[in-house]
Design a binder for this molecule. Structure first.
Ligand SMILES: [Zn+2]
Ligand SMILES: [Zn+2]
Length: 150
């Protein structure tokens, strides 16, 4: 299964029990911190910062430190299980590998929303038709003002 399908499938089902299978599939030893971080990402299903991810992971492994989560993210990124999104001037957000959705960041409250795929695809298609440039969004978040802050 390709990573993209893997992420999509898991996102829909929020199947946190697949964390160990994912590690095994990627030839990665299933240590407690790796399982905890992956389960947290699977449960959340989107992009989040390391501090929030640490809090989520602590519901699996109560004494896990942010530094450990940070190191674990490095290992999981090397194997393609986890990737990052640059969001504004703050630290990068973390999400499951293969998740290429375009994220919108509110500059007032810092909340993160994922843009509908159809909207993004239309935008890519129109840009392609207009100037022949193929956009590959997802690595950087777009900034603006959310519905609550508007
Ligand atoms: Zn980057
Ligand atoms: Zn806002």
């Amino acid at each position: 299964m390709r990573l993209q399908d893997e992420a999509a499938a898991l996102k829909g089902q929020n199947n946190v029990d697949d964390a160990e299978t994912m590690l095994r599939t990627h030839n990665c030893k299933a240590t407690a911190p790796r399982i905890a971080v992956l389960r947290a990402l699977l449960r959340h299903g989107g992009a989040l910062d390391i501090a929030s991810l640490t809090k989520l992971a602590q519901s699996e492994v109560p004494d896990i430190h942010e530094a450990t989560v940070y190191r674990t993210i490095g290992t999981l990124s090397d194997r393609g299980m986890v990737t990052h999104v640059h969001a504004g001037h703050g630290p990068s957000l973390v999400r499951l590998g293969g998740d290429h959705g375009l994220i919108a960041l509110c500059r007032t409250c810092n909340c993160v929303t994922e843009l509908p795929t159809a909207t993004v695809e239309r935008f890519i298609l129109e840009a392609q038709e207009a100037i022949g440039f193929t956009l590959e969004p997802g690595h950087f978040a777009l900034e603006g003002v959310c519905a609550n802050c508007a």
